[in-house]
Ligand binder design. Structure first.
Ligand code: NOJ
Length: 541
């Protein structure tokens, strides 16, 4: 696949760690995490765990209708999380520790409390009216078109003051900006500059492909029947429609070229990764442009893949084909919108998933808590928080957003013992926490630490090519990463049974998820159920 240039940009080899700030570390006793909490834990991230960059989900001023993805001021910090000074300290301290900082940028919509929207809705003639997408009802009094909100129900809400509807692809509290308006583009790019001037290293761009819609607001057609055997996440009623008109219009590429020019005004390889859920690989890859748009669209293809060697190989090969020559791949297995990976793939597979994520290459992103194998937490209805589930039953994301358990003690080191955390801890927090796992050589946390150390020391794992091995038993995924003379062979058993698997003569073990395995016998090895390992094949492979 992609041959890295002799000196490559930091984001190509970086391992990114996603922090959901409400749930990482509370320093005020409010039960909600904050920026000072992140600063306090930077040593854990850089030294104990050993990641290279953090991505922080939104901490901007927000009424929190969607927990920060409804931004009321792009250039300030919500008091829940602290102050701008706190952010500056976080950034300085992260940089002192050589950690890059990526922040979330939410361009598709603002909060309905944002002063732009308050002005826009005030009158048909307001100068900001066109900053959002307004339409009158159809002649028969019905909605402007059939577009649906991802969070359930129509994507239009009537504003009584002016008798027009405004578009919201998510909650009614999240009106969509009109990116066809040049003033909106300029104002939003200025919000990027605000943070670039402060020194942030990059942006994760929320629902990046949503920002350009069909200018005629054409109705979406019904979705074609589900593709046989597809293993994608269901979005309920939203999936009944083929969303070809309410997002992803090709005019979007000019916007991202402009955005890239803004990033390139700055020194230091400022980086962009778009949250882009598109299943058509060519369309997905178009967001790389000619190397002049986003640095990467997020690759979600493994998140809901069946946990089988064949399915994973198929998706990795599809990715390799799709990523353009001047592009760079990335992998992610979980985030704040998805069920915890240890629950989704099955807890017995969580360690192998870690190996997969950190050895496939490209840029991996680890979701906070996955490094200790957090499971989806059962949140009782009376503690429910996610607005999505109140509109579409079953769509809760609360279970993957629960607080990080740092210790076994009351409050679990996340907050003071008396504070009620905004979401409950998982029932296993007294056992499954950072402190306990640091003391246990066979823990998930120590596996991640070991993997990150080995990845950092082996250029083949960071920038090497990848080639699949065909001579492996059914249910085993094998691949070779190579950079010049250095090679790393990775073998992952996706089954619950032992698989006798050939290894090259002269191989040495780099690590295994099976703590009992300390060396590699030449010939065939008995790869245990769900075991994953990496070997240095020496000169033989
Ligand atoms: C995607 C984000 O990841 C999700 O958490 C949010 O609710 C929607 N975009 C709307 O901003």
């Amino acid at each position: 696949m992609n041959t890295p240039p002799p000196t490559h940009e930091w984001w190509k080899t970086a391992v990114v760690y996603q922090i959901y700030p409400r749930s990482f570390q509370d320093t005020t006793g409010s039960g909600t995490g904050d920026l000072n909490g992140i600063t306090q834990r930077l040593g854990y991230l850089s030294d104990t765990l050993g990641v290279d960059a953090i991505w922080i989900s939104p901490f901007y001023t927000s009424p929190m209708a969607d927990f920060g993805y409804d931004v009321a001021d792009y250039c300030d910090v919500d008091p829940t999380f602290g102050t701008l000074d706190d952010f500056d300290r976080l950034l300085a301290e992260a940089h002192r520790r050589r950690l890059k900082v990526i922040i979330d940028w939410v361009p598709n919509h603002t909060s309905d409390q944002h002063r732009w929207f308050v002005a826009s809705r005030s009158a048909l003639t307001d100068p900001k009216r066109d900053w959002y997408v307004w339409r009158g009802p159809k002649l028969d009094g019905s909605l402007p078109n059939n577009w649906q909100s991802m969070f359930g129900g129509p994507a239009w809400t009537l504003d009584e003051t002016t008798g027009q509807y405004y578009l919201h692809s998510f909650l009614a509290e999240q009106p969509d900006l009109n990116w066809r308006n040049r003033e909106v583009q300029a104002a939003m790019f200025d919000t990027l500059r605000f943070w670039l001037d402060r020194g942030v290293d990059g942006f994760r761009i929320d629902v990046a492909h949503f920002i350009m819609k069909n200018p005629d607001l054409t109705d979406n057609p019904l979705a074609p029947p589900p593709r046989g055997g597809a293993d994608f996440r269901s979005f309920g009623g939203y999936d009944e429609w083929d969303h070809i008109h309410d997002k992803g219009h090709t005019d979007i590429h000019a916007v991202f070229r402009d955005l890239r020019r803004v990033l390139d005004e700055y020194q230091g390889d400022r980086f962009s990764i778009g949250e882009i859920h598109i299943f058509d690989w060519d369309e997905w890859a178009s967001y790389y442009g000619d190397g002049d748009e986003l640095h990467m669209p997020f690759n979600f293809s493994l998140v809901w893949a069946h946990w089988t060697a064949a399915a994973i190989r198929c998706r990795v090969e599809a990715l390799q084909t799709a990523v353009p020559a001047n592009g760079w791949p990335n992998y992610v297995l979980g985030n704040h919108d998805e069920q915890r990976l240890a629950t989704r793939y099955g807890p017995q597979n969580a360690a192998a998933a870690a190996v997969l994520l950190l050895t496939l290459g490209g840029q991996p992103t680890i979701y906070y808590g996955d490094e200790i194998g957090l499971r989806e937490t059962e949140v009782p209805p009376e503690r429910a928080q996610d607005p999505w589930q109140f509109r579409v039953p079953g769509m809760s994301r609360d279970g993957c957003r629960t607080p990080m358990p740092w210790t076994a003690t009351p409050g679990h080191g996340f907050s003071v013992p008396v504070a009620e955390p905004w979401l409950p801890f998982g029932g296993d927090a007294p056992r499954r926490n950072v402190e306990n796992q640091l003391g246990d050589p066979s823990s998930m946390l120590n596996l991640y630490r070991q993997l990150l150390r080995i990845r950092g020391a082996r250029s083949s794992l960071q920038t090497g090519s990848i080639e699949f091995i065909d001579d492996v038993p059914d249910g085993v995924l094998g691949f070779i990463r190579a950079d010049g003379a250095e090679r790393t062979v990775v073998l992952i058993n996706f089954t619950d049974e032992t698989r006798d698997t050939p290894v090259p003569d002269g191989s040495t073990l780099l690590f295994s998820t099976d703590q009992m395995r300390t060396e590699i016998q030449p010939g065939l090895i008995d790869l245990g159920p769900n075991e994953a390992l990496a070997i240095d094949p020496g000169a033989s492979a």
